[in-house]
Structure formats: structure tokens, C-alpha cells
Design a protein around this ligand. Structure first.
Ligand code: XMP
Length: 333
């Protein structure tokens, strides 16, 4: 008779046996459902012998790094270090327009920073009164990721390399000699959410829409600049807040506002102005391999459009992307 609470007990016992009384575990967190549930599970199993690291890559959503820090530390009591590398990422992104180059740069830089931080944490762990040393690396791999990496070698194999911050587990296991722990590898997403609830994680965190590792960098067509990041953030914040207010958040699988930096003409007063184009996207899907655009009430879209053009400087058009996947993808780049 399988229940989530029995699974949780069994998993905690398994982790304790694997890690032992003295072992320590390191893991990257993003604020997403999988890494949050995996981190809370480790916290329950081994307390502060689990060390979490959040890297702020400068392309997270509005106030997201601060919010995730608060949720993980205050709400979940997780032993967390936050590294603010936003300036380094944004200066490195200057001049890059190719989407795959953006992904590569962000993924590679993430690993470099994570490795530097891991060394600092190992020193801190060795100097702390916690027993043992860091031997393990936590990874929030889900069952569909396992299946896909075993069987599917199509185009999304490239996407998958970026998915779990591409190459990080390999580098941590080969480079740093850490053993991998993957407590979610037998679970589907809805089961991870149920496990999160069983662990007492707030509904708002458990139900969060997925967010890609390269963040809003793949939601700005072409070059990423601080100005465009600010605009994408503000527009996205308005869109998501209105979705929440309308009670639609849990009916949608993923949603965001993107920036098309081509300038479109508009009128403000009696002047012609040129501004960025905002592209809103919201989809429903069960497996993220196919998806449909969400059908908003017209009045809702008009309200979001009004707020964005009035509140976000430098924007004069708002569009809604109705493309299904295929042929569109969920992200714009
Ligand atoms: P697409 O755009 O391929 O996205 O329809 C399917 C799902 O994958 C996410 N995605 C990514 N996640 N790094 C990630 O961590 C990436 O480079 C990346 N590209 C797409 C996307 O957000 C959606 O959930």
C-alpha cells in the first residue's frame, strides 16, 4: 500500500543510511519545485549537514533571488549560501546574440561559480563543528529526465543538457570526487509536488511554474542588456501578478513576458514614439513536449496590456503568442 508519507519515511531512512552519521551533502538550488523539494528532503534527513547554494545569475525574475533566499532560509530552515554573480553574468552576456551561445555561457559560468563556492564551502565545512566531510552531491533529477536521457537522442537532448544546469553533476562527481544523490529519480512532477506538500512546503512554492536555467536571457530576443532585463522583469511581474489575481495561475503550466527589442512605433500624446515589443506567452501542457496556448478572456489581456504600456517605460506594444508546440517551443529562443 504505497502512500507519499510511507515513501517519505523510506527515503529519509535510505538517505541517512547512504550518507551515514557524518557525511555532508552539497546541492544547487534555484527556487524551482524540484530543487526545493530535494533540498527540504535532505534537511529533514540530515539537517545542517546539507549545504545548499543559490547562484544569482542576473537573469532571474524580479526580486526572485531575495524571495528564494527568504523561502529557503526562513520558511524551510535550509542551510543556504547565496552567491550574487549577476554583474559577472550580465557583463559576459554583452554582445552575445545567438541563443545557444547564451545558454552555453550561462551554463558554463554557473558551473565555474558553483565550483569556486563548493571549495569555499568545503573549507567552511571542514572548519565547522559538523562531523565528516562533503562526500555527496544532490541532484533533483526526475523520472522523465532519467527516461529521456536513456532513450531519446533527438533535438531535445541538447535542451536536456542545459536542463539540470548542464554538466554540473558530471563535474561534481568527476572533478570534485563527489557521489551523486538523486532522491526524486523515481518520481513524476505531480508526485514531486505531493512529496513537497508532505514535507510541509507552502502551496505557492509547490505549484510554481518551471523556469529555465538561462532565465530571462532566453526571453529577450537577441542581446541581453540590463535595460532589457529590467523591462522583461517588470512586464513579467505585471503579467504573473494579474494571472494570480484572476485565479488562473494553477490552470496554466508556464507563463512569462518576453522582450522583442525591435522598436515598434506608437503614439503618446501627439508624438510618435518607438518602443520595445512585449510578447506574452502562457501555455498548458502535461509533459512539456507538446503544449497549447492558454485561452485568456479578452478583458484580461487588455488589462495586462494597459498596465504594461502605462507602467513599463520603453514599451509601446504588447502581443500575445498563440502558437502551439509544435511548431513553436515554449521558450522564445
Ligand atoms: P521548449 O522551449 O523547448 O521548453 O518548448 C520545454 C521546457 O524546457 C524548458 N527549457 C529549459 N530549461 N534550460 C532549462 O533549464 C534551458 O536552456 C531550457 N530551454 C527550455 C522550458 O522552460 C520548458 O519548461
Amino acid at each position: 500500500n504505497w502512500t507519499m508519507s510511507a515513501f517519505l519515511d523510506q527515503e529519509i531512512t535510505r538517505i541517512r543510511t547512504l550518507v551515514g552519521d557524518k557525511g555532508q551533502v552539497l546541492g544547487a538550488v534555484s527556487g524551482g519545485v524540484d530543487s526545493t523539494v530535494a533540498a527540504k528532503l535532505m534537511k529533514e534527513a540530515i539537517g545542517d549537514r546539507f549545504w545548499a547554494v543559490l547562484v544569482n545569475n542576473g537573469v532571474m525574475r524580479l526580486n526572485e533571488s531575495e524571495q528564494v533566499e527568504k523561502d529557503l532560509k526562513e520558511h524551510l530552515g535550509i542551510h543556504l549560501t547565496v552567491v550574487d554573480a549577476s554583474k559577472l553574468f550580465l557583463s559576459g552576456l554583452e554582445g552575445i546574440t545567438d541563443p545557444e551561445k547564451k545558454r552555453k555561457f550561462i551554463g558554463g559560468t554557473f558551473i565555474d561559480i558553483f565550483e569556486q563556492e563548493a571549495k569555499k564551502i568545503e573549507d567552511a565545512a571542514a572548519g565547522s563543528d559538523l562531523p565528516g566531510k562533503i562526500e555527496f552531491f544532490l541532484q533533483g533529477t526526475l523520472y522523465p529526465d532519467v527516461i529521456e536521457s536513456l532513450s531519446y537522442k533527438g533535438p531535445s537532448a541538447t535542451i536536456k543538457t542545459h536542463h539540470n544546469v548542464g554538466g554540473l553533476p558530471e563535474r561534481m562527481s568527476k572533478g570534485q570526487g563527489l557521489k551523486l544523490i538523486e532522491p526524486l529519480r523515481n518520481l513524476y512532477k505531480d508526485e514531486v509536488r505531493a512529496l513537497g506538500r508532505e514535507l510541509g512546503i507552502a502551496e505557492e512554492l509547490v505549484m510554481r511554474h518551471p523556469f529555465p536555467g538561462p532565465g530571462i536571457a532566453v526571453r529577450i530576443l537577441g542581446e541581453v542588456t540590463q535595460e532589457r532585463v529590467n523591462i522583461a522583469r517588470q512586464a513579467d511581474h505585471i503579467f504573473i501578478s494579474e494571472i494570480r489575481k484572476a485565479g488562473l495561475y494553477d490552470k496554466i503550466s508556464q507563463s512569462y513576458a518576453a522582450v522583442d527589442p525591435s522598436r515598434a512605433v506608437g503614439v503618446m500624446g501627439d508624438k510618435r514614439v518607438y518602443g520595445y515589443i512585449i510578447i506574452l506567452r502562457a501555455v498548458t501542457t502535461t509533459d512539456f513536449m507538446t503544449a497549447e496556448a492558454f485561452e485568456f478572456p479578452w478583458a484580461f489581456l487588455q488589462k495586462v496590456m494597459n498596465r504594461i504600456v502605462n507602467e513599463v517605460d520603453g514599451v509601446c506594444r504588447v502581443t500575445y503568442d498563440v502558437t502551439s508546440k509544435p511548431p513553436g517551443t515554449i521558450e522564445l529562443e
